[in-house]
Design a protein. Sequence first.
Length: 94
Amino acid sequence: MLSPPGVMTESRTLDLGDIVWIARGRASGSEQEYMLDCVIERKRVSDLEMSIQDNRFVEQKFRLQKCGLKVLYLVEGRLERSNPNYEARYFHYL
């Protein structure tokens, strides 16, 4: 994982989503962690397509919406330009 100088990063297994930001601070003499109000769900275009086709995406989107955080989707890859409805079809789900 790349990180800018002076920025501490940490990998953890998440129950939901792929990326969250944690702010750390001291309160009452002990270190506290506060999860910021945003979660990122990362999908490759091919995975997005397959998860929509087999209905995993609908279930996952429902769970993300129920978590109470702002949900951002990071879609990686190229969309097929051969089908003019491709973009509208898949981004409708997001």
